[in-house]
Design a protein around this ligand. Structure first.
Ligand code: PMP
Length: 293
């Protein structure tokens, strides 16, 4: 079952020649439900919905639903689908209007929400991901608004991921037009050097990931220094640990970059333990970050 513009429906479809299909004008977000000892709970649901609404504001679309209504619909959908395990909720806000022109008449977006069991287990935490650099570059922010989740933004990630997989890797490290490593295809990157975490700042062409933000806060709380600065490829190669963060994968070590292998390091394990403490309802941030169904 899905949710489409206020109704629970069996399938949600869009007209084949809608603006969003023609031009990728779909703003979306994905949130995750974790199993906790106190029952299933969304992780930072309010922040995910807020990012969706901020993205819509950025592109100039309006929506008939408030942050609270979208959060409530998402929770109801997970419950109605009987998803008792970990779940993944995707919210798509799109222009359904049909027409061949880039200039659109309506600004009112439709909203569709889908909830499905979480299915991202290609690699375990101990294996980590094998990544490579690719020929596709992240566009500068004045070409592509990487700070929002707009479907059209994902063309580079789509090609980069395909190139990486065709070459036998799990994922790609995306360089920007200056040659700095900005993020993965759909994950933020952190490296460890001299017992400090380093991650590119949100002024770079990256998505300000909610898991990235959580990791910075968890590290700060645990007394682990974090520096936000652009990462050049040499720094990545000389890191003692590397990991990705994202809603689907949580925190995931990167254990290979091109020909070079990396171990799953101590700080990565420590942060994963901190992150898991949140979902065991034992962390100081648990109450703030979990919202129960
Ligand atoms: N970068 C990109 C390009 C993404 O699509 C995602 C996934 N939303 C992320 C980073 C990680 O963000 P989050 O932690 O909010 O899932």
């Amino acid at each position: 079952m899905m949710w489409l513009d206020g109704e629970f429906v069996e399938t949600a479809t869009v007209p084949a020649f809608s603006h969003s299909v023609n031009f990728g004008s779909c703003v979306f977000d994905t949130a995750r439900v974790y199993n906790t000892p106190e029952g299933p709970a969304f992780f930072r649901l309010g922040d995910h919905v807020k990012r969706l609404l901020d993205g819509l504001d950025f592109v100039g679309f309006t929506l008939a639903y408030s942050q609270e209504e979208i959060a409530a619909a998402s929770k109801e959908l997970v419950a109605k689908n009987g998803l008792s395990g970990e779940a993944y909720v995707r919210m798509n806000a799109f222009l359904a209007e049909e027409g061949m022109r880039l200039a659109h008449k309506a600004n009112r977006a439709s909203l569709a929400i889908a909830a499905s069991p979480l299915a991202y287990f290609d690699r375990s935490f101990d294996e980590g991901l094998k990544c490579c650099t690719v020929k596709w570059k992240k566009a500068p922010r004045d070409c592509v608004p990487s700070q929002i989740k707009l479907a059209a933004n994902y063309v580079t990630s789509f090609f980069a991921s395909r190139e990486a997989r065709a070459n036998g890797f799990d994922d790609a490290l995306m360089a920007d037009s200056k040659g700095n490593i900005s993020e993965g295809c759909v994950q933020n990157i952190f490296i460890v050097r001299n017992n400090r975490l380093i991650t590119p700042p949100t002024t770079e062409p990256i998505l300000p990931g909610i898991t990235r933000d959580s990791m910075i806060k968890l590290a700060g709380n645990a007394g682990i220094p974090v520096e936000e600065k652009p990462l050049n490829f040499q720094e990545v190669l000389s890191a003692s640990e590397l990991f990705f963060t994202g809603t689907a994968i949580g925190i995931m070590p990167i254990t290979q970059v091109n020909e070079k292998s990396f171990k799953v390091g101590g700080l990565t394990k420590q942060l994963r333990a901190e992150f898991e403490k949140v979902f065991s309802c034992k962390h100081a941030f648990s109450e703030k970050w979990l919202s129960f169904l």
